[in-house]
Design a binder for this molecule. Structure first.
Ligand SMILES: Nc1ncnc2c1ncn2[C@@H]1O[C@H](COP(=O)(O)OP(=O)(O)O)[C@@H](O)[C@H]1O
Ligand SMILES: [Mg+2]
Length: 243
């Protein structure tokens, strides 16, 4: 099914969808329109790349999808429910359960071990009404084993390589049992071999657990790994010429 830019009809099957989403930062002459009437539907389990140069609005799309920024216009539907209609607590719970992030820098808590960084995320996701969708036991040891870091449980982030730190960040994201994984330039600071291995890991986990994957990247090589690429130019979504 085509999801070209300008497609106003959002499929009811979408896991998450932006309907005519605009986002502005600031007001008046100092204001910036970061997103302009974005239409985007992400299906369960799909692998999508959000491709565009720096400043094109990629991070803002991810933040809108994750409910971290509210649209100035339009709405974001998570399983058909308008995210902005949920109160902050319900939005937070939806995020804690279903939507996880991996950032460019791994954003680990520097004074806590790999184990502790993942354990915090396990604690947040272990709510009484949390549904387990991944089918794995949700312990920090198992999650770190899954990303190949079973021997680094006690390492502090400063004692890990860039690739290892990103693996911890991936384990932390998996702790949320995500149905949607949002990756923002996940390999932007890694050398190409390490980047390749981190992308292989993310894609392998996606095949195993079936979450939808949205990767924001300026890198055409990273974008080309996705099943579908949408391009952002100055906050507008266009059908990518890179196919
Ligand atoms: N918190 C903010 N306040 C003001 N402007 C912002 C903010 N975040 C992003 N922008 C602006 O919005 C536009 C899109 O930014 P961003 O989504 O970060 O793009 P990308 O991730 O593609 O580099 C840019 O012009 C950026 O300067
Ligand atoms: Mg960005």
């Amino acid at each position: 099914m085509s999801r070209a830019s300008g497609d106003a009809v959002v499929a009811p099957t979408a896991l998450i969808a932006c309907e005519h989403v605009s986002v502005s930062y600031g007001e008046g002459r100092a204001g910036v329109t970061a997103l302009d009437a974005v239409e985007l539907a992400v299906e369960p389990g799909e692998k999508l790349a959000l491709w565009g140069r720096s400043g094109s609005g990629k991070t803002t799309v991810l933040h809108a999808l994750g409910g971290l920024v509210a649209p100035s216009e339009g709405r974001v539907l998570w399983k058909g429910r308008d995210l902005s209609s949920l109160d902050a607590g319900a939005r937070g719970r939806a995020r804690a359960r279903g939507i996880a992030y991996v950032f460019q820098g791994s954003n680990l808590l520097p004074h806590f071990t790999a184990f502790e960084n993942v354990a915090f995320a396990c604690a947040v996701s272990a709510q009484p009404d949390a549904s387990t969708t991944m089918g794995v036991e949700n312990t920090p040891e198992q999650l770190l084993e899954l990303v190949g870091l079973g021997s680094k449980l006690d390492a502090l982030p400063g004692e890990l390589s860039g690739g290892e730190a990103q693996r911890v960040a991936i384990a932390r994201a998996l702790a949320q049992q995500p149905e949607l994984l949002l990756c923002d330039e996940p390999t932007g600071h890694l050398d190409s071999d390490t980047a390749e291995r981190v992308l292989d890991l993310i894609e392998g986990l996606q095949r195993e657990f079936g979450f939808a994957l949205v990767t924001a990247t300026h890198d055409a090589g990273v974008a080309a790994r996705a099943e579908r690429i949408v391009e952002l130019i100055n906050g507008r979504l266009v059908t990518a010429s890179l196919t």
